[in-house]
Design a binder for this molecule. Structure first.
Ligand SMILES: *[C@@H]1O[C@H](CO)[C@@H](O)[C@H](O)[C@H]1NC(C)=O
Ligand SMILES: *[C@@H]1O[C@H](CO)[C@@H](O)[C@H](O)[C@H]1NC(C)=O
Ligand SMILES: *[C@@H]1O[C@H](CO)[C@@H](O)[C@H](O)[C@H]1NC(C)=O
Ligand SMILES: *[C@@H]1O[C@H](CO)[C@@H](O)[C@H](O)[C@H]1NC(C)=O
Ligand SMILES: *[C@@H]1O[C@H](CO)[C@@H](O)[C@H](O)[C@H]1NC(C)=O
Length: 288
């Protein structure tokens, strides 16, 4: 690309155009078309390039600062060609009524999928386990079935947000391989069984929510290793037994909700880090 000082005025629009706008590689255009079918997304406009930012490929949502977008990462091949790959797909609150796309694996550079607050049903595709995702958000859909154990292979994952669905089954021990996980939000599903022992390894967690589930067993004492934890929300999770004294190791905890469980004992005394503590709601509370 030649953009000398002399020709700068003349050539700026040209230079900008060829750097800023590339074209999505054809395989990924086709993958987007297939995803549109699977999820029930009808208004993507394939007459313009999905990486153009034009038409409805980027759409502002009513909530300030929120957008639904297909985001691309483009790189210059040569003077006339810039090729793009999809890195993020966000389609929130659009009444999608299809199922989750296994086709996501056809985006080798994808790091984020956000399909929050739609009406998607069916199960989470185990194929996603082969991807290098950072963020998965499926909050507020109608998903059923278990969390595929293959998701434990996504060792890049930082946020796994599955709240407010109808997911069931045990929490897979393989999720203990998510050694970069920041937020694990599983509230309001139908999960059963105990919190797997492998979760002891999730020492990067800052936010763990399993409220409103049908879990069994106790609050594991290994949570003392989750020292970065800000939020621990296990309201009405089904957990029972003594409140582990090891909670006192969680000195970064700001938000603790243990209410509506059959727990006994007390939060250790002399522990003042909390901003919000909800553990005295009476329903099933039994004080030791
Ligand atoms: C875009 O891709 C390049 C090359 O793969 C990578 O170095 C860069 O970090 C990516 N940028 C974004 C914003 O993902
Ligand atoms: C740029 O690369 C494409 C694809 O490899 C090729 O078809 C085209 O001729 C190249 N253009 C230039 C100016 O080198
Ligand atoms: C998903 O919802 C559609 C209707 O929107 C229904 O026909 C289909 O049976 C549902 N599938 C599952 C697995 O619940
Ligand atoms: C991942 O999602 C969170 C919100 O859940 C957001 O703050 C963060 O920027 C996202 N990260 C990436 C890499 O998109
Ligand atoms: C993914 O996970 C499954 C089940 O946990 C395992 O059997 C498989 O070997 C893993 N695949 C890769 C590529 O790591």
């Amino acid at each position: 690309m030649i953009c000398s000082q002399v020709f700068l005025l003349l050539l700026v629009p040209l230079c900008t155009a060829s750097f800023a706008f590339g074209v999505l590689v054809p395989e990924e255009v086709q993958a987007l078309k297939d995803i549109a079918k699977t999820t029930g997304k009808t208004d993507w406009d394939f007459s313009v390039d999905p990486c153009s930012g034009k038409s409805n490929w980027v759409k502002n949502l009513p909530l300030v600062g929120e957008e639904n977008a297909v985001t691309c990462n483009c790189s210059v091949v040569n003077a006339t060609l810039t090729l793009c790959h999809v890195v993020s797909i966000a389609v929130k609150e659009e009444n999608l009524q299809g199922t989750l796309p296994a086709e996501l694996v056809r985006f080798p550079y994808l790091y984020e999928i956000d399909l929050s607050r739609n009406y998607l049903n069916g199960t989470i595709p185990k194929e996603w386990g082969s991807m290098k995702l950072l963020n998965i958000s499926l909050r507020g859909n109608r998903l059923t079935g278990p969390i595929p154990k293959e998701l434990g292979n996504i060792t890049t994952l930082k946020n796994l947000i599955l709240e407010f669905n109808q997911l069931s089954g045990n929490l897979p021990p393989e999720l203990g391989n998510l050694l970069q996980i920041d937020r694990l939000q599983l509230t309001s599903n139908k999960f059963t069984g105990e919190i797997p022992a492998t979760f002891a390894r999730l020492t990067t967690l800052t936010d763990f929510r399993v409220a409103d589930n049908q879990l069994s067993g106790t609050i594991p004492s290994f949570i003392q290793r989750w020292t970065r934890l800000n939020k621990l929300v296990i309201e009405a999770s089904g957990l029972s037994g003594p409140i582990p004294s090891e909670i006192s190791f969680l000195t970064n905890l700001l938000d603790l909700d243990l209410s509506f469980n059959k727990l006994s004992g007390q939060i250790p005394s002399g522990y003042y880090g909390l901003r919000r503590v909800l553990y005295m709601k009476p329903a099933h509370w039994t004080s030791a």
